[in-house]
Unconditional design. Structure first.
Length: 59
């Protein structure tokens, strides 16, 4: 697990994991079954790369 966020809406947590294979992803997901059902999404592209936000002065 590399990141975890408490979110609003139907789901309550967003957990970011890195798994080199689908089998390893399944093992990670299985470890969460103790806490409830999971919903999985896989990132296939990053159309807007991460970038720094501009810093503006409030004065």
């Amino acid at each position: 697990m590399s990141e975890c966020y408490r979110i609003t809406g139907e789901d309550c947590l967003l957990v970011k994991v890195h798994a080199p294979t689908i089998e390893e992803l399944e093992q990670i997901l299985d470890s969460f079954l103790l806490y409830g059902q999971t919903v999985t999404s896989i990132v296939v592209a990053n159309p807007v790369p991460p970038r720094a936000l501009p810093v503006t002065s409030t004065s």
